[in-house]
Write a protein that binds this ligand. Structure first.
Ligand code: ZN
Length: 678
């Protein structure tokens, strides 16, 4: 029997191999198609006859797919990559097919309009509302002629988005510059020079150093290169990528793509009954209205702009004193910022590492969470995982097991970089007597311990661990029993980062730092003086950082609100207008930032870039209640757990927040915690 098809509380890692993936997925997709056909034929339209069977079959699919995509991330191989490519296209076909099933949509609709709907609980109702919403947003509810129009627009947008990112990629790769000697690149750290030397070899040069526009090359050049002319040259090539300016002017030019994308998005939004694409974007988010988002961004800008300007003046004064520089250019800011940072806040991550041995940090984090949320974390060495480095932990509350997670901490070959949390099992009711407990994958890429030495973490890594565990707790502490809105499922995009950023706060508080740090030789916890230095460094130029993020968010949001084929189509003028309000230093006229803004033109962030700041505000404001009442106040912790973590996506996100905070979110705590407001 295929171990992926055996229903079990935890995956059978001892026996699962990648050969099981394809047959298991095909079996489940076939079963699910059959089930949906039978259900719509039978006219089922109650929770028990329609929603629950589909939820169960989706969950079975999810339990298999979570393993496939997890293996693809942590045990990658050529062979698996091929399988994965095939399977993802089968899965996408299936999802598109279900999403376009009119009869299924009508069955859900009948249920939502029936008297029986009122008898369902909050989570059940919310889950059905979400299902209906995605049917509507995918055009299923439209009359036949408009449906055709909708799918044409969708196809057009997908082609445009591909072309946009291909252009950015091609334009990025097209520009390189070879330098013969190290001294041609004054100031670059040895590690960067090594990288540039290997890039030169890769590109077929016998020797020398190759500067490219990819981040590992571009960022160090802007940060450390002492030759201002050279920085300018690289900056110009970078900021004109995929546009009508710069060294490759007109080639891979995204100007028309931007125009066409915005036209098609507005048409799509109108077709679905929205005023504009920004309003369409908000249909699935916490933010209630277009004006609410604009006001929100303006508030942040208004409050941060003066601080940002003062910070910029300080930078100018520093550059003047340092190099007698009269006018600081855009390509100078990163360079002088780094110099100033080193001078004022000389604190390196390496210096902090001895205080954070991995086992101490882990146990400390579990202790913090126990103190904060009254849940216990226990390692379960008897449970088999996919690698010797990986451990399984269970979480219990009042002596009862409520969830579990796999922790895969260290970097290794064939494992994707970065850190993330993903779901392995979602909490849901299986029967009157049975519950599926939530299980998470927590994955990081820390440096593994070498030859018996202790594994030590930088403070950045400690923060990352807390961040991902925050996501994990959101998934695992839920009390919801309906999969579609359980844990992180169904949580709006602008809210998902709340619990993760929230938990990071315990990496910056004296009281909790003492729980998670212990010098691996002296045994002392991180001294207060070092923590103060870290906090000062954290606040460095936070005003400038804030207005820059607001600039991106405001540009994105106003663009998707105001652009219209018959009127305002001047993207650059709009960007300029935003910059007049929120920027401390205008880039040169040739700058074409918009032409490589892949987040909004080929990623998922269209009219959603504001979400970054929105979630930060929620997290900071939620934490401010702990600042007021004590960071380990058990009542506050209990309230947080109940109001935010337990409800998952089952209630309206604004109601959820107000339930915890007693009022709507305020931007002030974020500004205060960032050192912008006192
Ligand atoms: Zn996150």
């Amino acid at each position: 029997m295929n171990p992926l098809l055996v229903e079990s509380a935890l995956p059978d890692f001892e026996n699962i191999t990648i050969d099981h993936f394809e047959p298991a997925l095909e079996q489940v997709l076939a079963d699910n198609r059959q089930l949906v056909d039978n259900l719509v034929e039978s006219g089922a339209s109650t929770w028990d006859s329609l929603v629950y069977p589909i939820e169960s079959s989706d969950d079975r699919l999810n339990n298999i797919w979570s393993i496939v995509s997890h293996f693809n991330s942590v045990l990658n191989s050529e062979e698996l990559r091929e399988i994965y490519k095939r399977l993802i296209s089968k899965l996408t076909d299936y999802q598109t097919e279900i999403g376009q099933n009119v009869k299924l949509y009508e069955a859900y609709k009948r249920l939502s309009e029936s008297d029986a709907f009122q008898d369902l609980n909050q989570a059940q109702q919310q889950s059905i509302n979400h299902i209906l919403r995605s049917f509507k947003l995918s055009g299923v509810a439209l009359p036949e002629a408009q449906k055709q129009q909708y799918s044409e627009l969708k196809q057009k947008l997908s082609a445009l988005s591909n072309r946009f990112s291909e252009n950015v990629l091609d334009a990025t790769q097209a520009w390189t510059k070879l330098f013969k000697k190290k001294s041609d690149l004054p100031g670059l750290p040895e590690s960067t020079l090594q990288l540039l030397a290997s890039l030169a070899k890769e590109h077929g040069h016998k020797e020398g150093y190759l500067v490219t526009l990819d981040a590992p090359s571009f960022v160090p050049v802007m940060t450390y290169c002492e030759d201002a002319k050279l920085r300018e040259l690289v900056y110009e090539a970078y900021i004109t990528r995929a546009s009508e300016h710069g060294p490759n002017a007109g080639e891979w030019d995204n100007s028309q793509n931007i125009h066409d994308t915005l036209c098609a998005r507005q048409a799509l939004a109108k077709l679905l009954g929205f005023e504009n694409y920004s309003e369409r974007s908000l249909a699935t988010k916490m933010a209630g209205s277009v004006n609410e988002v604009v006001d929100f961004l303006e508030q942040l800008a208004d409050k941060a702009i003066d601080v940002a300007k003062t910070e910029f003046k300080a930078l100018e004064a520093f550059a003047k004193a340092e190099d007698d520089l009269e006018d600081i250019n855009v390509w100078d800011t990163t360079f002088y910022t780094e110099k100033l940072r080193q001078q004022r806040f000389d604190i390196s991550q390496e210096e902090l590492k001895p205080y954070f041995p991995t086992p101490v940090v882990l146990q400390g984090m579990f202790d913090v969470v126990e103190k904060l949320l009254s849940v216990q974390v226990t390692v379960r060495p008897e449970i088999t995982t996919w690698h010797d480095d990986v451990s399984y932990y269970s979480i219990s509350s009042d002596g009862q097991e409520i969830a579990g997670f796999y922790l895969d901490l260290y970097a290794r070959k064939n494992k994707r970089g970065g850190a993330w949390m993903a779901d392995c099992r979602t909490r849901r009711r299986l029967s009157d007597s049975e519950l599926q407990l939530p299980v998470a994958f927590l994955v990081c890429n820390f440096t593994p311990p070498v030859d018996g030495d202790a594994s030590l973490l930088t403070h950045n890594e400690v923060t990352t661990l807390f961040h991902e565990f925050g996501h994990g707790l959101h998934h695992m502490l839920t009390k919801v029993e309906v999969a579609g809105v359980s844990g992180i499922a169904g949580v709006p995009w602008d809210v998902v980062e709340l619990p993760s950023q929230f938990l990071e706060n315990w990496c910056w508080q004296e009281e909790s730092i003492s729980m998670i740090s212990r010098h691996h030789e002296t045994g002392e916890s991180l001294p207060k003086t070092l923590l103060d230095k870290m906090l000062a460094a954290k606040h460095f130029q936070s005003g400038m950082l804030m207005v820059r993020q607001v600039e991106f968010a405001m540009f994105d949001f106003l663009l998707h609100r105001d652009f219209c084929e018959t009127g305002n189509t001047d993207v650059l003028a709009l960007l300029d207008e935003v910059r007049n309000k929120v920027s401390v230093k205008k880039p040169p006229e040739y700058s074409r930032f918009s032409h490589a803004f892949t987040h909004i033109f080929s990623g998922g962030y269209a009219a959603g870039y504001y979400s970054y700041k929105w979630a930060e505000v929620l997290a900071a404001d939620a934490f401010s209640r702990f600042e007021e009442e004590g960071i380990f106040n058990p009542k506050t912790g209990q309230d947080y757990k109940q109001a935010i973590l337990e409800v998952g996506g089952s209630i309206d996100a604004m109601d959820m927040f107000v339930n915890f905070r007693g009022r709507k979110p305020s931007v002030d705590p974020l500004l205060r915690q960032a050192g912008i407001e006192s």
